[in-house]
Write a protein of this length. Structure first.
Lengths: 500, 500
């Protein structure tokens, strides 16, 4: 068969599996957003069937043969070569996991999630610990099945962030530990900023409508997406032409909705910017979790928590909440949203302390998978780490070790991408500002079209063609560089906290 | 392999196909209710993939072998026997259609729908006619593939209503033609009722909230369903534990929302009442379209357009719309909602003239499939029939031959089930009133729990075990009996129009 026909076969089979995965995503979205309570049982089996079928398609022997055959052809064009290279990589990784093992993990996920929900309800880690222990045993096994050079955790990290390893991340987090505390100390010693105005009555509809205004202005295409309410904000994609975000509203706390909207909006702009022609193929998918997070953090933090951005938006926000914000200047509003304060909950942390939350999870995962920490000692270790790094100690498990859902899903190796994403975000935003000299002026005028265009051209259009590091080098001339993030923080917070 | 194991295999395979069909239903619901505009393309291919996979599963040779093998076993219990009997029937019917033919119909559906939308926009039937012609050619071919005894249309009717034939329906519609005009004439000569109060400003939220009150009171389980807005109201099921309804709101016309809510609520009560343990199997599915329609019409017309029902609900409705309904008594409200008036649009027709709309479509389908009417003459024929049977002639195609979507989908044989459903509804409601002597009193007090219980026990719980006719005989002691419907109308309208 000639290469064109063979490639067409590959494309059809891969996109068919993607159809099932996207269909799962629709069912998952509905489950979080609109599904009635009693729908859970049937939905669970429908999702399992879709997942099994999609998995069968992309792990079948004939699919593997097709990929291997195509990878030998020398008349593929560049785009085809990249898709085949990446699909073959995925295939070989998937092929290392026997079906029975995948089934076991799936069942354990369900059991873990159940136990975690019960444990949260009872505020008692010990209910969850036995299931976590079983999950960790499986993840260790998975690491062995994948194989690794230095540390078993490397094998798991690689699943979320290709090329990430313990030795690389140890280096990154060493810098976090070395450089952030100094800045935090300076901030702690400076006059504090006031954020109490965020805690007034902010009516839901007005919050909602303003968040739609902001998403629209950012360039989020509402003809190719929508925003809804869910318990935990998330972004999901059913194609580049249908990318949805969710948010949550708290009428007594204005910080809850807006930045989660902007954050998810950043993720969604990335998904909407992936090439439509590559639907379901590697070049139509996001580069990595860290790159995904770089997009959400760039919009949330570099743009959405900047004075430039609010120079344009604050007068508009005041038309929604004239009384609540009557006595708050745009400067005070900006300072308040950037208040730095150690806290127990990762998702509520500021841009600086956030990375200690991630660091703690990273250290714990490394130790759990490396076998130097037992799940039964986890709670104490967690609490000790919070005291050591953030100076706060959880009083209960819900505000401590039970706060994240990730481990229930078997997602060990996911957390570090949150920090990597922030660091890349600072580098990308810095580079954009170099290339677009009027960027800050534009943002002051509510114009982010050039920024989005630059992200589309330099990041979004490539899909998975480059790894995070390759992409960062291509775009900024260097790989991950913590110093750029550090400079960004120094500059931002010296303005906010009047420190030297 | 022993029968238990073999049956377990059957169950797994059948339910897996059902998982895909229900997943399609979720995607379809989302498409009608929440999907953004640009999502159509990708959604189309996702739905096609799901449909193809489900079709492959239930038409595969091994599945057929399994069914045939099981149908020979004599140690199946009653429930198992019925499932195997019905699945084998489905299998044999499906097996008559070659895959290429199914693909052709699917493509033609898409082309027809496109053309129909354009034709409606331009209000010009001629844009749609060529595609309809192609669809009819395919449907004739389908009838030949299925095979039939007397009339090719029989083969298509059977798909929607097992056992329905031209000779049977000719008999039914003869009665419609013979008996309804007399009643209509009496009504036309009586003093007319006023329905103008329905056309005031009725705020959306209040209409919406009242419809939720009504659905709740009917026994619709909101933990196993929800109501949303769509252009055309519909009911869809993803399992008996997740059955959703949609409705539409017109602030200038109160009749638009409420009865469509009750109608869809009737469909949904049926789906919620199907046995959960039979998920995805024939005994977990509705008996037929006519039985489905009997449930929606029973609630919409026999209950929802009765004076008993409004004796309870009208005071509640008045709390939502005190000004609009200030001068309207419950009797006048009841009369207004039952106004009889010839009209052009089927979905807006009253309980009597409705059946002429169906009759017209039945006559036309029979002639199109029988080859005695050509699509190019369809518009004239349609308009002539409307003049003949309803005394009104469409001025344009949107209010005439382009009003229904059914033919785009290739649904020839569907319309008659609407009338059959109404006739069965009168029989079932009459039987319920016989068995529950206090039924009318109960409804006057807003109590429909006993009615629902009776429907659950006598109709819902059986799934597809009985055909419409078998079920009707079992429940009422007789098969379809137009005279019961006729008596119901006589009694109802003699009260409303003060005729003898």
């Amino acid at each position: 068969m000639n290469t064109t026909e063979l490639y067409q076969q590959y494309k059809e089979q891969t996109q068919k599996a993607a159809d099932l995965q996207y269909a799962s995503a629709v069912l998952g979205w509905d489950q979080e957003v609109y599904m009635p309570q009693k729908g859970f049982g049937a939905r669970g089996r429908q999702l399992a069937t879709l997942a099994t079928l999609a998995h069968e398609m992309v792990t079948s022997g004939t699919y593997g043969d097709l990929l291997r055959e195509l990878s030998q052809r020398n008349d593929l064009n560049d785009e085809q070569q990249n898709n085949i290279r990446l699909s073959l990589e995925d295939y070989e990784k998937n092929a290392k996991l026997p079906t029975e093992f995948v089934d076991k993990i799936t069942q354990q996920t369900s059991a873990s999630y159940d136990a975690w929900l019960r444990a949260r309800k009872e505020n008692d880690y010990s209910i969850y610990a036995p299931e976590l222990e079983k999950m960790i045993a499986l993840k260790k096994q998975q690491a062995e099945l994948y194989g690794y050079k230095e540390h078993p955790y490397d094998a798991l990290l690689d699943e979320y962030e290709k090329g990430a390893t313990v030795s690389l991340l140890d280096g990154v987090f060493e810098k976090v530990k070395a450089e952030l505390p100094g800045l935090l100390k300076k901030i702690a010693n400076a006059p504090q900023v006031d954020a109490s105005f965020f805690h007034q009555e902010f009516l839901k509809d007005a919050q909602w409508n303003f968040s739609l205004d902001v998403l629209r202005q950012m360039g989020y295409d509402f003809e190719a997406g929508r925003q809804d309410i869910s318990e935990h904000p998330f972004t999901t994609s059913f194609a580049a032409t249908d990318v949805r975000v969710t948010t949550r509203v708290n009428e007594q706390d204005y910080t809850s909705l807006l930045w989660s909207s902007i954050h998810e909006g950043g993720h969604a702009l990335y998904e909407q910017g992936l090439p439509e022609s590559q639907y379901g193929l590697p070049l139509g998918a996001a580069a990595s979790l860290a790159v995904h997070e770089s997009q959400s953090r760039l919009w949330e933090n570099c743009v959405g928590r900047s004075l430039d951005f609010w120079t344009f938006f604050y007068p508009k926000l005041k038309t929604y909440f004239p009384q609540q914000l009557e006595k708050t200047s745009v400067q005070d509003f900006y300072k308040g949203m950037n208040q730095v304060k150690s806290s127990l909950i990762r998702t509520e942390a500021d841009e600086i302390t956030y990375h200690f939350h991630v660091l703690i999870r990273y250290e714990i995962e490394k130790a759990l998978i490396g076998g130097t920490l037992s799940p039964k000692d986890l709670k104490e270790t967690w609490n000790d780490y919070y005291e050591k790094y953030l100076g706060v100690r959880p009083n209960d498990d819900k505000h401590g070790v039970l706060q994240d859902v990730h481990w229930c899903h078997g997602s060990f190796g996911y957390f570090p991408t949150y920090s990597l994403g922030s660091f890349y975000a600072a580098q990308y935003f810095g580079q954009a500002a170099n290339v677009i000299p009027s960027l800050h002026e534009e943002i002051k005028n509510g114009v982010t079209g050039n920024l989005l265009h630059w992200l589309r051209e330099n990041i979004h259009q490539y899909g998975r063609r480059y790894t995070s590091e390759e992409l960062c080098k291509k775009v900024t001339g260097k790989g991950l560089d913590f110093s750029v993030f550090m400079n960004y923080l120094q500059q931002k917070y010296s303005g906010i906290y009047a420190i030297g």
